[in-house]
Design a protein around this ligand. Structure first.
Ligand code: PXP
Length: 237
Protein backbone atom coordinates (compact mmCIF):
# COMPACT_ATOMS: atom_id res chain seq x y z
CA UNK A 1 0.00 0.00 0.00
CA UNK A 2 1.24 3.48 -0.88
CA UNK A 3 1.01 6.08 1.88
CA UNK A 4 1.10 9.85 2.03
CA UNK A 5 2.90 11.74 4.75
CA UNK A 6 2.09 15.43 4.86
CA UNK A 7 4.79 17.81 6.00
CA UNK A 8 3.20 20.61 8.01
CA UNK A 9 6.35 22.68 8.68
CA UNK A 10 5.19 25.30 6.21
CA UNK A 11 2.18 26.12 8.37
CA UNK A 12 4.55 26.83 11.24
CA UNK A 13 6.72 28.97 8.94
CA UNK A 14 3.77 31.33 8.49
CA UNK A 15 3.17 31.44 12.25
CA UNK A 16 6.82 32.18 12.97
CA UNK A 17 6.89 34.99 10.39
CA UNK A 18 4.79 36.99 12.88
CA UNK A 19 5.63 35.15 16.10
CA UNK A 20 1.94 34.73 16.83
CA UNK A 21 -0.06 31.63 17.67
CA UNK A 22 -1.67 31.04 14.28
CA UNK A 23 -1.80 29.26 11.93
CA UNK A 24 -1.44 26.42 14.39
CA UNK A 25 0.41 23.33 13.08
CA UNK A 26 -1.52 21.26 15.62
CA UNK A 27 -4.81 22.19 13.93
CA UNK A 28 -3.14 21.61 10.56
CA UNK A 29 -2.12 18.11 11.67
CA UNK A 30 -5.69 17.36 12.68
CA UNK A 31 -7.10 18.56 9.33
CA UNK A 32 -4.44 16.75 7.35
CA UNK A 33 -5.26 13.53 9.17
CA UNK A 34 -8.99 14.08 8.62
CA UNK A 35 -8.34 14.44 4.89
CA UNK A 36 -6.65 11.04 4.73
CA UNK A 37 -2.95 11.60 5.34
CA UNK A 38 -1.30 8.43 6.57
CA UNK A 39 1.45 10.20 8.46
CA UNK A 40 2.32 13.64 9.79
CA UNK A 41 5.85 14.74 9.00
CA UNK A 42 7.61 17.55 10.89
CA UNK A 43 11.16 18.82 10.73
CA UNK A 44 12.49 20.22 13.98
CA UNK A 45 15.31 22.39 12.71
CA UNK A 46 18.20 23.43 14.88
CA UNK A 47 17.24 27.11 14.47
CA UNK A 48 13.52 26.35 15.18
CA UNK A 49 12.52 28.47 12.22
CA UNK A 50 9.17 26.72 11.90
CA UNK A 51 8.24 23.75 14.11
CA UNK A 52 9.02 24.37 17.80
CA UNK A 53 9.77 21.81 20.50
CA UNK A 54 6.37 22.24 22.15
CA UNK A 55 4.50 21.59 18.87
CA UNK A 56 5.62 17.97 18.75
CA UNK A 57 3.97 16.60 21.92
CA UNK A 58 0.82 18.61 21.13
CA UNK A 59 0.66 17.10 17.64
CA UNK A 60 1.32 13.64 19.05
CA UNK A 61 -1.53 14.04 21.51
CA UNK A 62 -4.13 14.67 18.80
CA UNK A 63 -3.08 12.43 15.91
CA UNK A 64 -3.74 8.75 15.45
CA UNK A 65 -1.49 8.33 12.42
CA UNK A 66 2.29 8.01 12.91
CA UNK A 67 4.54 11.02 13.42
CA UNK A 68 7.65 11.13 11.27
CA UNK A 69 10.21 13.44 12.86
CA UNK A 70 12.85 14.79 10.51
CA UNK A 71 15.96 15.83 12.36
CA UNK A 72 19.70 16.30 12.11
CA UNK A 73 22.06 13.71 13.58
CA UNK A 74 22.97 15.72 16.67
CA UNK A 75 23.01 14.95 20.38
CA UNK A 76 20.39 17.64 21.03
CA UNK A 77 18.00 15.97 18.57
CA UNK A 78 18.77 12.53 19.98
CA UNK A 79 17.73 13.74 23.43
CA UNK A 80 14.59 15.31 21.96
CA UNK A 81 13.71 12.03 20.24
CA UNK A 82 14.17 10.11 23.48
CA UNK A 83 11.79 12.51 25.19
CA UNK A 84 9.09 12.49 22.51
CA UNK A 85 9.40 8.99 20.96
CA UNK A 86 8.25 9.73 17.38
CA UNK A 87 7.08 6.71 15.36
CA UNK A 88 9.72 7.31 12.74
CA UNK A 89 12.92 9.35 12.63
CA UNK A 90 14.19 10.60 9.30
CA UNK A 91 17.75 11.82 9.47
CA UNK A 92 18.31 14.84 7.25
CA UNK A 93 21.32 17.03 6.57
CA UNK A 94 20.97 20.53 7.91
CA UNK A 95 22.68 23.79 7.13
CA UNK A 96 21.48 26.89 8.90
CA UNK A 97 21.80 29.12 5.85
CA UNK A 98 19.75 26.92 3.50
CA UNK A 99 16.17 27.85 2.58
CA UNK A 100 15.14 24.19 2.61
CA UNK A 101 16.87 20.80 2.75
CA UNK A 102 18.87 21.13 -0.44
CA UNK A 103 20.25 17.62 -0.83
CA UNK A 104 20.37 14.23 0.75
CA UNK A 105 22.42 13.13 3.70
CA UNK A 106 26.01 12.25 2.75
CA UNK A 107 25.93 8.78 4.27
CA UNK A 108 28.75 7.29 2.19
CA UNK A 109 31.43 9.77 3.25
CA UNK A 110 30.24 10.09 6.87
CA UNK A 111 29.55 6.45 7.50
CA UNK A 112 31.58 6.16 10.69
CA UNK A 113 29.93 9.06 12.51
CA UNK A 114 26.48 8.09 11.25
CA UNK A 115 26.96 4.47 12.26
CA UNK A 116 27.47 5.58 15.83
CA UNK A 117 24.40 7.83 15.71
CA UNK A 118 22.15 5.27 13.98
CA UNK A 119 23.24 2.57 16.43
CA UNK A 120 22.22 4.83 19.29
CA UNK A 121 18.77 5.26 17.74
CA UNK A 122 18.37 1.61 16.80
CA UNK A 123 19.41 0.52 20.28
CA UNK A 124 16.53 2.62 21.57
CA UNK A 125 14.16 0.78 19.18
CA UNK A 126 13.54 3.71 16.88
CA UNK A 127 12.46 3.20 13.29
CA UNK A 128 15.09 5.06 11.29
CA UNK A 129 15.00 6.38 7.75
CA UNK A 130 17.83 8.20 5.97
CA UNK A 131 17.04 11.04 3.58
CA UNK A 132 19.51 10.43 0.76
CA UNK A 133 20.11 11.29 -2.86
CA UNK A 134 19.08 8.51 -5.28
CA UNK A 135 22.63 7.24 -5.68
CA UNK A 136 23.92 3.69 -5.52
CA UNK A 137 26.74 4.40 -3.08
CA UNK A 138 24.37 6.13 -0.65
CA UNK A 139 21.99 3.14 -0.75
CA UNK A 140 24.79 0.67 -0.03
CA UNK A 141 25.98 2.89 2.82
CA UNK A 142 22.44 3.15 4.24
CA UNK A 143 22.15 -0.63 4.14
CA UNK A 144 25.43 -0.92 6.04
CA UNK A 145 23.97 1.22 8.80
CA UNK A 146 21.19 -1.35 9.26
CA UNK A 147 18.43 1.28 9.21
CA UNK A 148 14.96 0.19 8.17
CA UNK A 149 14.23 2.78 5.48
CA UNK A 150 15.49 5.36 3.05
CA UNK A 151 13.76 8.42 1.67
CA UNK A 152 15.03 9.60 -1.69
CA UNK A 153 15.44 13.34 -2.21
CA UNK A 154 13.40 14.11 -5.30
CA UNK A 155 14.48 17.76 -5.53
CA UNK A 156 16.82 17.30 -8.50
CA UNK A 157 14.10 15.48 -10.44
CA UNK A 158 11.58 18.21 -9.59
CA UNK A 159 13.89 21.05 -10.55
CA UNK A 160 15.07 19.69 -13.89
CA UNK A 161 13.45 20.02 -17.30
CA UNK A 162 13.05 18.00 -20.51
CA UNK A 163 15.60 15.23 -21.11
CA UNK A 164 17.32 15.99 -17.84
CA UNK A 165 14.05 15.40 -16.00
CA UNK A 166 13.61 12.04 -17.71
CA UNK A 167 17.18 11.11 -16.80
CA UNK A 168 16.52 12.05 -13.17
CA UNK A 169 13.35 9.99 -13.16
CA UNK A 170 15.29 6.97 -14.45
CA UNK A 171 17.91 7.53 -11.76
CA UNK A 172 15.19 7.68 -9.12
CA UNK A 173 13.59 4.50 -10.46
CA UNK A 174 16.91 2.61 -10.39
CA UNK A 175 17.56 3.82 -6.85
CA UNK A 176 14.11 2.72 -5.69
CA UNK A 177 14.60 -0.71 -7.27
CA UNK A 178 18.00 -1.18 -5.65
CA UNK A 179 16.83 -0.03 -2.23
CA UNK A 180 13.87 -2.38 -2.38
CA UNK A 181 16.12 -5.28 -3.46
CA UNK A 182 18.27 -4.53 -0.45
CA UNK A 183 15.25 -4.87 1.79
CA UNK A 184 14.90 -1.18 2.60
CA UNK A 185 11.53 0.54 2.91
CA UNK A 186 11.33 3.15 0.14
CA UNK A 187 10.01 6.68 0.64
CA UNK A 188 10.45 9.77 -1.52
CA UNK A 189 10.02 13.47 -0.95
CA UNK A 190 10.97 17.07 -1.60
CA UNK A 191 9.64 19.37 -4.25
CA UNK A 192 6.85 17.04 -5.36
CA UNK A 193 3.78 18.90 -6.55
CA UNK A 194 0.49 18.46 -8.41
CA UNK A 195 2.25 18.72 -11.79
CA UNK A 196 5.33 16.56 -11.31
CA UNK A 197 4.01 13.71 -9.13
CA UNK A 198 2.37 11.57 -11.81
CA UNK A 199 5.50 9.99 -13.42
CA UNK A 200 6.90 9.26 -9.96
CA UNK A 201 3.80 7.29 -9.02
CA UNK A 202 4.65 4.81 -11.80
CA UNK A 203 7.63 3.63 -9.73
CA UNK A 204 6.12 0.62 -8.01
CA UNK A 205 8.81 0.32 -5.34
CA UNK A 206 7.79 3.60 -3.69
CA UNK A 207 5.88 2.93 -0.50
CA UNK A 208 5.61 6.41 0.99
CA UNK A 209 5.51 10.02 -0.17
CA UNK A 210 6.32 12.96 2.09
CA UNK A 211 4.93 16.13 0.60
CA UNK A 212 4.53 19.53 2.20
CA UNK A 213 5.12 22.80 0.41
CA UNK A 214 2.90 22.20 -2.62
CA UNK A 215 -0.01 20.97 -0.49
CA UNK A 216 0.14 23.88 1.96
CA UNK A 217 0.53 26.34 -0.94
CA UNK A 218 -2.47 24.83 -2.76
CA UNK A 219 -4.50 25.01 0.44
CA UNK A 220 -4.06 28.80 0.29
CA UNK A 221 -5.49 28.87 -3.21
CA UNK A 222 -8.47 26.64 -2.51
CA UNK A 223 -9.14 28.16 0.92
CA UNK A 224 -8.68 31.86 0.23
CA UNK A 225 -12.17 32.46 -1.06
CA UNK A 226 -13.91 31.18 2.06
CA UNK A 227 -11.41 32.99 4.32
CA UNK A 228 -12.22 36.33 2.64
CA UNK A 229 -15.95 35.61 2.66
CA UNK A 230 -15.88 35.04 6.42
CA UNK A 231 -13.94 38.25 7.12
CA UNK A 232 -16.26 40.22 4.83
CA UNK A 233 -19.23 38.93 6.82
CA UNK A 234 -17.59 40.09 10.07
CA UNK A 235 -16.66 43.49 8.64
CA UNK A 236 -20.13 44.38 7.37
CA UNK A 237 -22.00 43.23 10.47
N1 PXP B 1 10.97 14.87 3.08
C1 PXP B 1 12.02 15.47 3.69
C2 PXP B 1 13.03 14.59 4.35
C3 PXP B 1 12.12 16.87 3.75
O1 PXP B 1 13.15 17.44 4.39
C4 PXP B 1 11.09 17.64 3.16
C5 PXP B 1 11.15 19.14 3.23
O2 PXP B 1 11.05 19.59 4.50
C6 PXP B 1 10.02 16.99 2.55
C7 PXP B 1 10.00 15.61 2.49
C8 PXP B 1 8.88 17.72 1.94
O3 PXP B 1 9.33 18.54 0.91
P1 PXP B 1 8.34 19.62 0.27
O4 PXP B 1 7.95 20.56 1.36
O5 PXP B 1 9.15 20.25 -0.80
O6 PXP B 1 7.16 18.87 -0.26
Amino acid sequence: MVTLGVNIDHVATLREARKVDYPDPVIAAELVQKAGADQITCHLREDRRHIRDDDIPKIQSIIEVPLNLEMAATEEMFQFALKTRPNKITLVPEKREEITTEGGLEVFSQIKALKEFCDKLLNQDFYVSLFIDPEEKQIHAAKELAVQAVEFHTGTYCNSQGDKKNAQLKKLRRACELAKQKGLFVAVGHGLNYNNISPVTKINEIEEYNIGHSIIAYALTVGLESAVREMKRLVIN
